[in-house]
Design a protein around this ligand. Structure first.
Ligand code: G6P
Length: 438
């Protein structure tokens, strides 16, 4: 490869300047010749605004990266080396429904967890499967790096129903945990290493090292002593219960609070919902502010306001992954990939989020063995939810979808599951052509 071609689908996203900044910072190691930002007709205006900002950023950096803006996905995909996906089927209005409908019935309304997460998966997976089919035809050697949520269920589906093997799911939560741990210990981020295992948004740090020495217990003690913390901006900083965290013995991510602190999280969400609406509505307002800033012809950097979004720093994760594949680095990074026996308690072919060695052949999961019993059952339950959700999405299987909803720990009632499933199905039917309304 000389001069890379990178394609970003959902290129009109407000997060794109972050990705562009990441590529600019690493240009010496990652010589990108072309960056294609692709969107759909409904995203055209955003694509043009963010695309012009990307061009100004590259110009400011004095780099010969060509930025192409297009609504023609096939044209963009031709001969690509890496394809990144950050699309949102139904835009933020669909996310509002994913959050609002469960909350209005007294259930957690969250973009990637519970009922809302399931429906985001049902809308997204068929689109991603189509993209893998086009990639097989137009750029069969390219890697697909997917950030589109719910990353766990989407990766599960692509490994099973997609047309290509070179698929990696990626999230900012593990890198966020590395950063927050470094901050807690007051050390540089590069001195921290964490053995991650679990699933997307249900990942745990089993062992934490500082300069190669095991410090897991010290980190847990520090979390207990510290004020509340969260590695992502979209989840409130809440203090863990001391005895619980001591007993857990591993580092949890903030998303696990939806399960371990279910009552608190639900009440907190309901209070905010009643006061300001859903997180999606807050994000929608933040997005319009961001796009107003992006329109300024004098702006040629990523504005700091973008860091208020939950996905902040995801480009660090994306760029370091692409860099390690391209340069065959053999370093360790947490990604979503096929288990291949690394976690003994999950299917060989299922998607897991786990520390991997990254080479030009992609991620090789590091063997974990059995998960600690404290987290094993919950992870297995969420994996069953993801497998059924992926099947429902790929095959338009109502029954599988309903069971997925029912076994999800944030629902767990056949009656509630049916009410939520049918209401969400009706609300999103435009984006769920595989389902016949029953
Ligand atoms: C977290 C997650 C991302 C998610 C984001 C939502 O960081 O890891 O997967 O996209 O939050 O943030 P938002 O600002 O859209 O609520």
């Amino acid at each position: 490869m000389s001069g890379l071609k990178i394609v970003t689908i959902g290129g009109g996203s407000s997060y794109t300047p972050e990705l562009v900044e990441g590529f600019i910072k690493r240009y010496n190691e990652l010589p990108i010749k072309e960056l294609w930002l692709v969107d759909i007709e409904d995203g055209k205006e955003k694509l043009e605004i963010v695309g012009e900002l990307a061009k100004r950023m590259v110009k400011k950096a004095g780099l010969p990266i060509e930025i192409h803006l297009t609504l023609d996905r096939r044209e963009a995909l031709k001969d690509a080396d890496f394809v990144t996906t950050q699309l949102r089927v139904g835009l933020l209005d669909a996310r509002i429904k994913d959050e609002r409908i469960p909350l209005s019935h007294g259930y957690i309304g969250q973009e990637t967890n519970g009922a809302g997460g399931l429906f985001k998966g049902l809308r997204t997976i068929p689109v991603l499967i189509d993209i893998t089919k086009e990639m097989k035809e137009l750029c069969p050697n390219a890697w697909l790096i997917n950030f589109t949520n719910p990353v766990g269920m989407v990766t599960e589906a692509l490994l099973k129903y997609g047309a290509i093997d070179k698929v990696i799911g990626l999230c900012n939560v593990p890198i966020g945990l590395e950063k927050s741990t470094a901050k807690l210990l007051g050390v540089d981020f590069n001195r921290i290493r964490i053995d991650f295992a679990g699933l997307n948004h249900m990942v745990f740090g089993l062992n934490i090292y500082l300069d190669g020495n095991l410090v897991t217990k010290n980190v847990i003690d520090k979390i207990i002593e510290s004020d509340a913390s969260s590695e992502v901006k979209n989840i409130d900083e809440v203090k863990w219960q001391k005895e619980f965290l001591q007993g857990l013995e591993v580092l949890p991510c903030s998303y696990s609070k939806y399960y371990f602190m279910k009552d608190y999280m639900l009440n907190n969400e309901l209070e905010k919902f009643n006061a300001n609406g859903t997180r999606a509505e807050v994000v929608k307002a933040l997005e319009s502010e961001l796009f107003e800033l992006y329109k300024d012809p004098n702006l040629d950097i990523k504005p700091p306001q973008l860091e208020e979004r939950g996905g902040a720093y995801y480009s660090d994760a994306a760029c370091r992954l692409i860099n390690s594949i391209y340069n065959d680095k053999g370093d360790i990074q947490p990604v979503d990939t096929r288990n291949k026996g690394a976690i003994a308690d999950l299917d060989y072919n299922s998607a897991v989020e786990v520390s991997c060695i990254i080479t030009k052949d992609g991620p090789k999961p590091i063997t974990i063995g059995h998960l600690p019993v404290q987290i094993r059952g919950l992870i297995q339950q969420i994996k069953s939810f993801e497998i059924l959700g992926a099947k429902a999405a790929a095959e338009g299987d109502y029954n599988a979808g309903l069971v997925a909803m029912t076994i999800n720990p944030l629902v767990q009632s056949d009656k509630a599951a049916k009410i939520l499933f049918d209401e969400l199905l009706e609300a999103h039917k435009k984006y769920l052509p595989k389902f016949e309304l029953k």
